[in-house]
Design a protein around this ligand. Sequence first.
Ligand code: 1GP
Length: 246
Amino acid sequence: MSVFSQLNSVIDEKGAAYVVLIDPDRKNENLLESRVESANESGVDALFVGGSLMMDMKCKERVKRIKDVSNIPVIFFPGGVGQLNAYYDAMLFMSVISGRNPHYLIGEQAIAAPIVKDIGMETIPTGYILMDGGAGSTVEFMSGTRPIPMNRSDIAVAHALAGQYLGMKLIYLEAGSGAKEPVANNVVEAVTETLDIPVIVGGGIRNAETASEKVKTGASIIVTGTVIEENSSLMSELADAIHWKN
Ligand code: 1GP
């Protein structure tokens, strides 16, 4: 079964899926295996692996280490084509559709596509929408795109719908890693009410209560990164809150 089908089965059965983001960067050098083991044991449905900025050359080596320990799907969440390698089970084939920077709309994708074909990796077409989470995110800087103001759910809906009509299979509503404020409930609600495809919500989600609000307002997949880097014991609690049908 494809990774995308597995995610959809989890969404059907449990109400929503829980994904932990692991940044394969230097800062996590000594914690990778323990974090993946915690995810294996805590009801996490998949790992996203990637980041906007790599501070050394060991990304590929770290992805292999993650894959060796993980018993859940390891999905590439691309910060850039430099992080592409054969150790992932699948990748979000992403375009920053909230932005107007052609390099992140189609440039990186065209560089990556022949390599992805050569590897034979599963691709999940994903429209990435950056919302303003109030923290001036790394992705805002690195992608050279402006986030959508959080009080403009209409703009978020228009971009999400355009992504759906372009054939995206998922929409990622992102407040940016370490956001002060996660994507607002009314934005999640407006987008998920309008769309027919599953919506991922991430950025600034720091506790089970917030995660629960996002799934109640329509999110199908919740991503947490920063809070797990600080305290991996929160994974079980977050998984329980997100799997609301259980
Ligand atoms: C970032 O949405 C993810 O792309 C996770 O954000 O690190 O704030 O949990 P946090």
